[in-house]
Write a protein that binds this ligand. Structure first.
Ligand SMILES: C[S@@+](CC[C@H](N)C(=O)[O-])C[C@H]1O[C@@H](n2cnc3c(N)ncnc32)[C@H](O)[C@@H]1O
Length: 340
């Protein structure tokens, strides 16, 4: 496993930017807040700064305590073989609404219709539909490892001029210095080696190009943590920042997002919880050197172990179908303005 642990040599300054008071923070405060440059997060009060040393593995291969049954390319492939059938109808309404998508894409700064954009882990094209509001579809490439997800994207009329290709986020089939924007939404949680994927984002961008990576955030509530760890990778906010910085990005920023009816609650984690951006300051490859890939997906799998992992991962995922329903009910019941 190519997991590079932060061994304490490198400390992160975490600026406390906004205020999840204990378990969450006010709904209207949720949208649109940014963490300032090179700053990560993990806050309980406003405007205090402290230096923390992240305790977690930066490359996030799977420690035994966090089995992450579907943080593997083959498992993700089969998971989406079935989930693709209902993905747009089940996942998006609960976790990834059009409002959230547009909020999350705003820091990507899609300011010119002629920009070349790659949407990595683009799946059924839900995020791409947000991208093509700002950029001509012919300039957008959707890449995903799942032909089943891509088949859904191909059916969407606004995406008919996009290039749609199969590929691996950790080994992108684009030349160095190719794109103006790199977007990836909700895919990092399946990558066995997220640092490698972010290093690839850096490589394929042009000088001054921007990466926008939207992904989950780690829960604090014990039961949610249990299911999150059983399912896939839910990074901590400071991990995202560190991966971006290590890949060579400058002006790294993290914006919190979440469904409106959560009223800012983050204790259960979020499947789409933040939008992280960084700018490529120099042309060429990332300054970060990595060893061989973490997982060799060409290796034969043990069918029984594989099936069990897939079933257990899918069961853990089910918890995260129920959480947004629970939060939605709470939002309906608890008077507005009160914490939920
Ligand atoms: C939750 S979906 C997100 C789809 C889309 N970006 C959206 O916003 O709705 C995650 C996607 O990541 C893809 N994926 C997972 N691992 C990948 C990898 N290593 N390379 C490329 N795509 C990957 C899956 O096939 C799936 O389509």
């Amino acid at each position: 496993m190519a997991s590079s642990m932060l061994n304490g040599a490198e400390n992160l300054t975490l600026i406390r930017g906004i205020t999840p008071k204990g378990l969450g923070f006010g709904g209207s405060d949720l949208q649109g807040r940014h963490f300032s440059k090179v700053n990560a997060v993990a806050s309980t009060r406003i405007s205090k700064a402290r230096t923390l040393t992240p305790m977690c593995s930066l490359s996030a291969s799977r420690p035994a305590s966090q089995p992450r049954f579907i943080q593997h390319k083959k498992e993700a492939f089969w998971f989406y073989r079935f989930l693709s059938i209902v993905y747009d109808h089940v996942i998006n309404p609960g976790h990834w609404t059009e409002d959230m998508r547009d909020e999350a894409l705003e820091p990507a700064d899609l300011s010119n219709r002629n920009m070349l954009v790659v949407d990595v882990g683009g799946g059924t094209g839900f995020t791409t539909l947000g991208i093509v509001k700002h950029v001509d579809a012919k300039n957008v490439t959707i890449l995903d490892q799942s032909p089943h997800q891509l088949a859904k994207a191909k059916q969407k009329e606004p995406l008919k001029d996009c290039k749609i290709i199969e590929g691996d986020a950790e080994d992108l089939p684009f030349r160095t210095d190719y794109a103006d924007r790199y977007v990836s939404a909700g895919s990092i949680e399946y990558w066995p080696d997220p640092q490698r994927g972010i290093k690839e984002a850096y490589r394929v961008l042009k000088l001054g190009g921007k990466a926008c990576l939207i992904g989950p955030v780690y829960p604090t509530f014990w039961l949610s943590r249990f299911f999150a760890d059983a399912w896939m990778l839910f990074p901590k906010e400071e991990e995202y920042i560190e991966w971006f910085q290590k890949a060579g990005f400058k002006d790294v920023q993290l914006k919190r997002i979440g469904p409106k009816w959560y009223r800012g609650v983050r204790r259960h984690g979020l499947i789409m919880g933040c939008s992280v951006t960084g700018v490529k300051p120099a042309s060429g490859d990332s300054p970060l050197q990595l060893g061989p890939k973490a997982e060799d997906v060409t290796e034969p799998v043990k069918p029984f172990v594989f099936l069990m992992r897939l079933i257990l991962g899918a069961m853990a995922a089910t918890y995260y179908v129920l959480v947004p329903i629970y939060m939605w009910l709470k939002d309906q019941i608890v008077p507005k303005g009160r914490p939920i």
